[in-house]
Design a binder for this molecule. Structure first.
Ligand code: PLP
Length: 425
C-alpha cells in the first residue's frame, strides 16, 4: 500500500485496489440475481435545480429495497467451498443485514446477522424472513460489530463487512456501470456516503478515462466526516453522529474506502436533515417513490443552493427505501414544513376549556358545525339559531324534569356530564 491508497506490486508500481475490470466482473457475477434498477428522468427536479436533466437511479426498487445486495452477493459468491460451508457473519441494523441475508439464501450459505438491542423488531423479522439467523448483542452498533468480529475469529465464519472490502466495493460499483449505460450524457453523479463503499464503487466505474464524470459524495451535516478526511489526507473520525438518515450515520471511512475515495471522489457536500426530509417528501409527491433519508440525501444536494449543477446532466442515486411508514410520514411532514407547504399551529390557551370549548371540541353536539370539502375538515360558523337552541353552546346543558334547562359553564365540572366521552344535553 502506498500512501495514496494504492497497493504496490513487486516492481514498486502501484495498482488501484478496485479496478473497472473488477466492477465489470462483479456485474457478471450478480447479473442473474439483482435487478437492473430503473433510471427515471425528472423534469421537475431539473427545473428546481437548474440542471439540464436529472436522472434518478432508483435502487429503492432493488431486491431487499437497497443497493446492498449487489456488494454482499459479489463478495459471498467468491467464497471458497470451505468458507461457504462454514457460513458468514455480519453486523448491521439495516440494509446490509438484508443484503447478506438474501445473498446467503441465494447461495446456500448460512448467514448470521448480529444486531444491537436497539434494533426494531420489524427489521429483525425482515432479516429472518430472508433466511438468516439473527443474534441480538450489544447496546449499540459498535457492540454488535465487536461481537460479530470476535465470533468470526472463533468459529471461522467469514465476516462480511458492510463497506470496507474490495469485493463489496466492486459489487456496489455495478450501480455506476448501469448508470453509464442508461444515462450516457451524465456529467455529475451524486451519491450518499456512509462508510464509503457505494461511492468508491460508483466512482471506480465512472472515473475511468472514457467516462470522466464528476463524482460528488453527499453526507448529512450531522455525520459529515468524509470531506474533512479527504481534505486532511487522513481518516478523520467524528466523536458523535446525529442525523435522520440512519443508513449513512457513520463516523468515518475505513482504510479501503478512504484509499479509493481519495482517487475517485471529486467533492463531498453536506445537507441538513430538513433538506433531506424535503427531498423525501418531493420524491414521494413527484416521483411516487418511497425513499429513506439516506436514499433521498443526493436529491437534497441537487436541489441545494450550495451545489452548482446548472446546465449539467445529473445522476442522483436514490440508494434505498427501507423506512417504516410512520417514520416516512414524519419525514414528509418535516419536509413539507421546510418547503413552506405545511404549518403546525400551536395555541397557548389560558383557561381552556371554559373559553374555547365550542370551537375546539369535536363533539357530537358540535358535529353540525363541521363540514368537509376536498377531504379537508373545516368548521363553519355556528349559526344564531344553533346558538339559541344550545347546539354549539359552551359548556354542557341538561334539561331538567320541569323542562327548564340547567347549564354548567365548565363542562368538565358538570356532575351529569363527567365521565362521558362527549358532552350531551
Ligand atoms: C440506503 C443507503 N444509502 C447509502 C448508504 C451508504 O453506503 P456506504 O456505507 O457504502 O457509503 C447506505 C449504507 O448502509 C444505505 O443503507
Amino acid at each position: 500500500m502506498t500512501d495514496s491508497g494504492e497497493s504496490a506490486d513487486a516492481n514498486g508500481a502501484s495498482e488501484p485496489r478496485v479496478t473497472l475490470a473488477d466492477v465489470r466482473d462483479a456485474r457478471e457475477r450478480i447479473r442473474d440475481v439483482v435487478h437492473r434498477t430503473p433510471l427515471d428522468t425528472s423534469r421537475t427536479f431539473a427545473e428546481l435545480s437548474g440542471a439540464a436533466s436529472v436522472g434518478l437511479k432508483l435502487e429503492t426498487f432493488q431486491r431487499t429495497g437497497s443497493f446492498k445486495i449487489r456488494g454482499a452477493y459479489n463478495a459471498m459468491a467468491q467464497l471458497s467451498p470451505d468458507d461457504r460451508e462454514t457460513g458468514v457473519i455480519a453486523s448491521s441494523a439495516g440494509n446490509h443485514a438484508q443484503g447478506v441475508a438474501l445473498a446467503g439464501d441465494l447461495l446456500g450459505v448460512d448467514a448470521t446477522i448480529v444486531v444491537p438491542e436497539t434494533t426494531p423488531a420489524a427489521k429483525i423479522e425482515a432479516t429472518r424472513g430472508y433466511g438468516a439467523a439473527v443474534v441480538v448483542e450489544g447496546e449499540e452498533y459498535e457492540g454488535a460489530y465487536e461481537y460479530a468480529r470476535d465470533r468470526a475469529a472463533e468459529t471461522g465464519e467469514t465476516f462480511v463487512h458492510p463497506f470496507d472490502d474490495e469485493a463489496i466495493v466492486a459489487g456496489q460499483g455495478t450501480v455506476g456501470l448501469e448508470l453509464r449505460d442508461q444515462y450516457p450524457e451524465l456529467d455529475t453523479v451524486l451519491v450518499s456516503v456512509g462508510g464509503g463503499g457505494l461511492i468508491s464503487g460508483i466512482g471506480t466505474a465512472l472515473s475511468a478515462k472514457d467516462a470522466d464524470v464528476r463524482v460528488v459524495g453527499v453526507q448529512p451535516e450531522g455525520a459529515a466526516h468524509a470531506k474533512p478526511s479527504l481534505e486532511a489526507g487522513e481518516i478523520r473520525q467524528l466523536s458523535d453522529v446525529d442525523t435522520v438518515a440512519e443508513g449513512i450515520a457513520d463516523a468515518r471511512l475505513l482504510e479501503t474506502t478512504f484509499a479509493i475515495a481519495r482517487e475517485v471522489v471529486d467533492d463531498v457536500v453536506s445537507v441538513s436533515d430538513r433538506e433531506i426530509a424535503a427531498a423525501v417528501a418531493l420524491l414521494a409527491e413527484r416521483e411516487k417513490v418511497v425513499a429513506e433519508g439516506a436514499g433521498a440525501a443526493p436529491l437534497a444536494a441537487a436541489l441545494s443552493a450550495d451545489l452548482d449543477v446548472r446546465g449539467e446532466h445529473v445522476g442522483v442515486v436514490v440508494s434505498g427505501g427501507n423506512v417504516d411508514l410512520t417514520e416516512h410520514a414524519e419525514l414528509t411532514r418535516t419536509g413539507l414544513t421546510e418547503l413552506g407547504r405545511y404549518a403546525t399551529l400551536r395555541l397557548a390557551i389560558d383557561g381552556w376549556p371554559t373559553r374555547v370549548a365550542p370551537w375546539s371540541t369535536p363533539s357530537r353536539r358540535l358535529a353540525p358545525s363541521w363540514t368537509s370539502s376536498n377531504g379537508l375538515a373545516t368548521r363553519r360558523p355556528i349559526t344564531p339559531t344553533e346558538r339559541r337552541s344550545g347546539s354549539g353552546s359552551r359548556g354542557a346543558t341538561k334539561r331538567t324534569s320541569t323542562g327548564s334547562s340547567k347549564r354548567c359553564p365548565r363542562w368538565t365540572a358538570c356532575p351529569w356530564w363527567r365521565g362521558r366521552s362527549t358532552p350531551t344535553s
